[in-house]
Ligand binder design. Sequence first.
Ligand code: SF4
Ligand code: SF4
Length: 272
Amino acid sequence: MITPHRRPRIAVHKFSSCDGCQLAFLNLGEPLLALAESVDILHFAEAGPVDESADVDIAFIEGSVATSADAARLRGIRERSRHVVTIGACATAGGLQALRNLADSEAWIEGIYARPEDIDLMADSTPIAKTIRVDLELWGCPVNGEQVLGVTQALLAGHLPHVDHAAVCTECKRRQTVCVMVARGTPCLGPVTSTGCGAICPQLQRGCYACYGPAVQANVAALSSYLVDTGMPADEIARRLLFINNQAPPFLDAGREWQARVIQRSGGEETS
Ligand code: SF4
Ligand code: SF4
């Protein structure tokens, strides 16, 4: 039970992940130190404090659910937390490790581990919201530390913040970044991807890799047709869609369609 009239409490929990989202939070540096002056950070293994069973006001969760032990731990966290916020593609959409959901994961396990019988995995790698109720989802690979900080401040002030899911293209326009797809013919998933990163890749003359998940009203079919017109092969389109956020429904559905076309064209043989 959370008692009133005390400093707010925060925890940052890790599930199946690479720790990159915790690092993004940690790399905030001085703003994080300033936050630590007004809250108690009770669990954040990457930063030092470890008390996983603490009652908290905000529990940030990095990583996806991969084992039944993960699911049980997660339910306990939900019971002890006023707000649960997922941070990053792994926690919000299953992450890169959910690529095994699309493959013969048992064959992968047998190919990788010396003692596959010791590996106790659930059938799929799933986002946190498939196991517990989540109050807010922050996308990204990694998540944007500034966005995590802003959400923390808003929740501590008593309101659930709005997270912008307009397309990355809107961010390019705001920053007056020249469009890499129009000007250089570089494939870019920005038209169907949610902003949040600040359009970092287009600013560096690279196409967007869809780290921040689907934008609102993402028209994946229209973008895919455009990519075909630029000469991108079907298997490459499928790979781009089934990447960091491969379990996000607009990317999963379109990516599977493109995979099916590849299989059909190869006479029914899966090409990888
Ligand atoms: S979302 Fe990306 S950076 Fe964050 S934990 Fe997962 S793989 Fe790492
Ligand atoms: S570079 Fe990509 S994200 Fe930016 S405007 Fe062009 S298509 Fe959109």
